[in-house]
Design a protein around this ligand. Structure first.
Ligand code: PEP
Length: 258
């Protein structure tokens, strides 16, 4: 498989710049030789600039948790794609379930943020996923289709080279309840099939699609062995250098065993 596995750690609202520095000092040597996979840290905004300086000379990429859809202006408290790129970011999350459900980002807002990320030469990670009620009601395919349709509205196949999709069932985020391998594979294969219909088969075959939701060292390998899962987006377990390195090691072992 030519899709490079991506192991991303979303720290949410955790770690000061000092705590970030201590994490990187411990974590970077643990993954220094992991060339088979891509490792990505997504700390809070305040840690980005110092982390990017500390990561020089490593192969660890840096990303942000959100951005504003406009490049500049009277948007108190907001951060633009250009600012993130200037702080050394390569990736940015858009549509994380906490942004959707806590901060009210709807699909149209997510689409605008994704466009702004692309304009700012960042690689957006478009997060999508259903709630537990939606799953119980059998609406998962419909919800994912809506989030993809609006989130990628108007884009051509070429844009997909710069976009990662993350399937994160809302009921699995921060709950300790992971999707079963069957549930993860079914949803992610469905996303790939949708991409194939919306764009074309080679585009869908190249697209990286991650799983997120209570990924831990103990379940990471099983998830990354699934045929359509190209990596993981990790919240809680990415805060601990040993646990996150173990998840990266799981990704590396899966690649080595292929
Ligand atoms: C996340 O924040 O994207 C996430 C998946 O969190 P957790 O791993 O803690 O469920």
């Amino acid at each position: 498989m030519s899709r490079r596995r991506l192991i991303a750690g979303n720290w949410k609202m955790n770690k000061t710049p000092q705590e970030t520095a201590a994490f990187v000092e411990d974590f970077a040597p643990r993954v220094a030789s992991f060339f088979e996979i891509e490792v990505l840290l997504i700390p809070p905004y305040t840690s980005l600039e110092p982390a990017s300086r500390q990561l020089v000379g490593t192969s660890i990429a840096l990303g942000a948790q959100d951005l504003h859809s406009e490049p500049s202006g009277a948007y108190t408290g907001a951060i633009s794609a250009q600012m993130l790129a200037a702080c050394g970011c390569r990736y940015v999350l858009v549509g994380h379930s906490e942004r959707r459900h806590v901060f009210g980002d709807d699909d149209a807002t997510v689409r605008r943020k994704l466009g702004s990320a692309l304009d700012g030469r960042l690689l957006p990670i478009l997060c999508i996923g259903e709630t537990i009620d939606e799953r119980r009601g059998g609406a998962t395919p419909e919800i994912l289709t809506r989030q993809l349709t609006v989130g990628l509205d108007g884009l051509d196949a070429g844009a997909m080279k710069s976009i990662v999709v993350a399937y994160e069932p809302v009921w699995a985020i921060g709950t300790g309840e992971t999707a079963t391998p069957e549930q993860a594979q079914e949803a992610i294969a469905g996303i790939r099939a949708w991409l194939s219909g919306r764009f074309d088969e080679p585009t869908a075959g190249r697209a990286r699609i991650l799983y997120g939701g209570s990924v831990k060292p103990g379940n990471a390998a099983e998830l990354m062995r699934l045929p359509d899962v190209d990596g993981v987006l990790v919240g809680g377990a990415s805060l601990d250098p040993e646990a996150f390195a173990a998840i990266a090691q799981a990704g590396r072992s899966v690649v080595e065993s292929e």
